[in-house]
Design a protein around this ligand. Structure first.
Ligand code: MN
Length: 490
């Protein structure tokens, strides 16, 4: 590292970044938030926009109860305080993709206030405090690059239900911000309220970021970076803008309060509009919708039907099943994977063995095929019998993973022990025969035995290789290893 860059590091280290996130999650209800129009991705433009969505005169909105139920599940998962009486406000502005001329959103009475999200970072967790969570409708989409000369508008997305999760400005690094969004995505997936797909826009993120000299208690002027559509873009955009803001501060220039975009190609943020240009939205309660009352009994019903969430899964996997923190995190990647793991254990598989199978052979199949575990053709029952063949030393792990599993994929109904026999991978478990081969090998290489006794412990590998060669690869490696060590110790 040259002097110049360490000087830069020194400057960077004298500042800290303060980040707040606004995450929009598209809820996977069947119909829109205020109409019966269907919600689905990729339909023909304007095929999912009826009269209410298009705001024809005389039409009235009607709140979709399922949207509130989904929102409340997230609010409960985040431990927020839920006001029992809420309403929707009109946020007035003009834009071609907004047919009504206003967006229905919860400005003054959010779905929930406060609460927090527990975010796993490295080997510990970070508690990210929330400002609020509110419900709102999405706008349509302006398409500027489809028509030959004109911009086009697709209203399919107008009225699609959104949950906006707003954190307090408490995150201090781009990596933590990305981890927080990842945890939100995981939570909505576990709750079954959204697919959390960032590429399709089901989860979109805006980030507020400011810098201040380390130790200062006041917040610097914040910059809002809009529409970050991947974890990578989020952390790159933040990292770039923090550098930019520090550069300005060091040069004695003020940081402007402004909204910026992120250009993926250059990896830089660019100005979109300044705070002075921000409009007054003239919020007021929507007179077309009655106030929303949330009853105690409904909340209790929702509480009783809450699924096990990532945080609790993590706890269960580390305490009840004694998995390491890193194993537990991978196994609880999705609710379905965690459930698959639990089913393997219920069939008597040792938890660590079940975890190894999910993290290793199973995940490699899923990655290979681009599947989720719900598409994995082998049932936990069948996989459990295959794992037990390995556990009882009848088939080696590598033969089971590389040969047995592919055969099982082809014929998911076949019994693993029959397939193993057909493949000829059942191991020779005859201890006497194995002991004979080991004894033979040890006798034939006296110089190697000498070297081992002088401390070259790595030589065991050579003996193993020789035993494997002579047994045609059918010896149980664990037993062979045991026997070799025993004989060498004599
Ligand atoms: Mn919003």
């Amino acid at each position: 590292m040259d002097a110049g860059s360490s000087q830069e590091d020194l400057i960077r280290d004298s500042y800290e970044a303060i980040i707040g996130l606004e995450v929009h999650v598209q809820l996977n209800t069947r119909s829109k938030i205020f109409s019966t129009d269907p919600v689905s991705f990729g339909g023909e433009p304007n095929s999912q926009a009826g009269l209410v969505t298009l705001a024809f005169p005389g039409t009235l909105p009607r709140l979709n109860k399922e949207v509130v139920a989904m929102g409340l599940r997230m609010a409960l998962a985040c431990h927020g305080e839920i006001p029992r009486r809420q309403h929707f406000d009109r946020k007035n502005y003009f834009y071609p993709d907004l047919p009504k001329g206003y967006q229905l959103t919860q400005d003054r009475s959010p779905l929930c206030r406060g609460g927090f999200i527990t975010v796993p970072v490295n080997n510990s967790t970070l508690k990210v405090a929330l400002e609020k969570i509110h419900m709102e409708e999405d706008a349509g989409k302006s398409l500027h690059d489809v028509g030959a000369t004109d911009s086009l508008v697709d209203y399919n997305r107008a009225g699609v239900p959104l949950l906006e999760i707003v954190t307090k400005p408490v995150i201090t690094s781009p990596a933590d911000a990305a981890a927080c969004v990842a945890e939100i995505r995981k939570m909505v997936r576990f709750l079954g309220i959204s697919d959390g797909n960032m590429e399709e826009g089901s989860l979109r993120c805006d980030a507020n970021v400011s810098i201040r000299p380390k130790g200062s208690k006041t917040l610097g002027r914040k910059v809002e970076i809009k529409n970050l559509n991947s974890m990578r873009n989020l952390s790159h955009a933040l990292a770039h803008d923090i550098e930019r803001q520090i550069g300005l501060a060091e040069a004695g220039h003020p940081v402007l309060s402004e909204t910026r975009g992120f250009d993926i190609n250059s990896g830089k943020t660019f100005p979109q509009r300044t705070k002075e240009e921000l409009q007054d939205y003239r919020y007021f309660p929507d007179p077309d919708l009655p106030p929303l009352e949330i009853s105690e009994s409904w909340l209790n019903e929702l509480k009783a039907s809450m699924p096990v969430l990532p945080e609790l899964w993590f706890h269960r996997l580390t305490s009840e099943y004694q998995l390491s923190t890193s194993d537990a995190r991978i196994v609880s990647d999705s609710r379905e994977e965690a459930e698959y793991f639990e089913q393997l254990c219920a069939k008597g598989v040792r938890p660590k063995a079940a975890a190894n199978w999910i993290m290793g052979p199973v995940k490699s199949v899923l990655n290979d095929k681009g599947w989720s575990i719900t598409q994995f053709p082998i049932t936990p029952e069948t996989l459990a019998s295959a794992i037990q063949l390995v556990e009882s030393n009848q088939v080696s792990f590598s033969a089971a993973a590389q040969r047995l599993l592919p055969s099982m994929m082809v014929d998911a109904d076949a019994r693993p022990e029959i397939l193993a026999a057909e493949l000829g991978i059942l191991m020779n478990t005859d201890m006497d025969a194995l002991e004979m081969v080991v004894g033979e090998v040890i006798r034939e290489f006296p110089l190697k035995v000498e070297a081992y006794k002088e401390g070259k412990k790595g030589i065991v590998t050579m003996f193993m290789g020789e035993v494997m060669k002579r047994t045609g690869g059918k010896a149980d490696p664990r037993k062979a290893n045991e026997l070799i060590l025993k004989k060498l110790g004599q």
